[in-house]
Design a protein around this ligand. Sequence first.
Ligand SMILES: Cc1cc2nc3c(=O)[nH]c(=O)nc-3n(C[C@H](O)[C@H](O)[C@H](O)COP(=O)(O)OP(=O)(O)OC[C@H]3O[C@@H](n4cnc5c(N)ncnc54)[C@H](O)[C@@H]3O)c2cc1C
Length: 388
Amino acid sequence: MKTFDGVDYLEIDGLFSEEEIAVRDTIRAFVTDRVMPVIEKHNREGTFPANLIPEMADLGVYGANIQGYGCPGLNNVAYGLIMQELERGDSGLRSFVSVQGGLCMYPILAYGSEEQKNKWLPEMAKGKVIGCFGLTEADFGSNPGGMITTAKKDGNGYVLNGSKMWITNGGVAHIAIVWAKLDGRIRGFIVEKGTPGYSTRDIHGKFSLRASVTSELSFQDCRIPADAILPNVDGLKGPLGCLNQARYGIAWGGLGSAMACYHEALEYSKTRIQFDRPIAGFQMVQEKLAWMIREITKGQLLALQLGRLKDAGKLKPHHVSLGKMNNIEIALKIARMAREVLGASVNTDEYQCGRHMCNLESVYTYEGTHDIHTLVIGEAVTGIPAYK
Ligand SMILES: Cc1cc2nc3c(=O)[nH]c(=O)nc-3n(C[C@H](O)[C@H](O)[C@H](O)COP(=O)(O)OP(=O)(O)OC[C@H]3O[C@@H](n4cnc5c(N)ncnc54)[C@H](O)[C@@H]3O)c2cc1C
């Protein structure tokens, strides 16, 4: 498998610490050696490379930026670089890790009891317990506050009814963080696989994120114990706080896909001969490559500043929206441009930019659509919400 040396037009590596670079290079080598040889097969067959779960645990990628509870406690820039490198392999792999850390371990850490933290976080860091995050419903995507899944107090516990749609890791998860309305207020619950009344159904026929499990979760009179509730949060700020963690990682992840596509287009253009010369020598191909490297470079600086703000405790949700929105938009455009540069060759999965392009179409939609992040930024700069 060919090595990947990264994309660094502006000596941005000089802005990272030695530890951050070491973490990045470790994950980069893992993706080159363990992911790239198998990812096209998994994408073609619509399967998740589950054998990599323990290997990624050994690399400390689950909850990498969490302190304590058996987690590595890396800073947020190192965490972001992990997301970047994983998504250079495939958005599905990065999604798996984002959901595990940002959407499942984070709410247990931030909103859970000490017992819940001690019970779940060390096992999740080891990859022995996999989580999924159930917020979206078939009729409530961008507007999750309208959800109809309910929890009712019943003796010494709760009863859940409803369903969740498009849930990453759903079918493989040992626990689900489920958001449901209890007396009209959104609350989070930890629901264990095998609980009577809880079932999952994997969604097939996907065009994108094919190397990732996406499922529907159903709850029918699903009785869970009193200690399943996350005690320290209520309202929409609970799930939105988690999404903010995961979206931060996505801003970095998009750079990984973009770098993979740029790199592929560049290498291809240098060897593909048309009209007796490499197509890299044509102005219109160079215009595409120049646009790609320009936008990757700006995206790298944006992600890095988000990370430094996060480490300083100054990162706001509307900052994260800027990063997610920009870096996924440019990654998607770069994947489409790379597709143009590859001509007909893009039609086979011998090349990766077609797979990244399909994946990014979903990443553009999930964790807040591009348009919803536009509205978040619009509200931040005008003070006027325009969602309704
Ligand atoms: C592969 C995949 C994995 C996912 N994983 C998870 C997961 O693990 N957990 C989870 O809970 N969810 C998950 N999701 C769901 C995802 O978060 C939702 O798809 C997303 O929030 C958008 O919701 P929707 O698809 O219902 O689109 P809708 O909300 O119906 O939006 C459709 C269109 O309308 C636009 N729109 C909506 N409201 C407005 C408005 N006020 N102003 C302007 N435009 C608007 C949107 O921008 C979009 O273009 C996943 C989705 C996918 C595709």
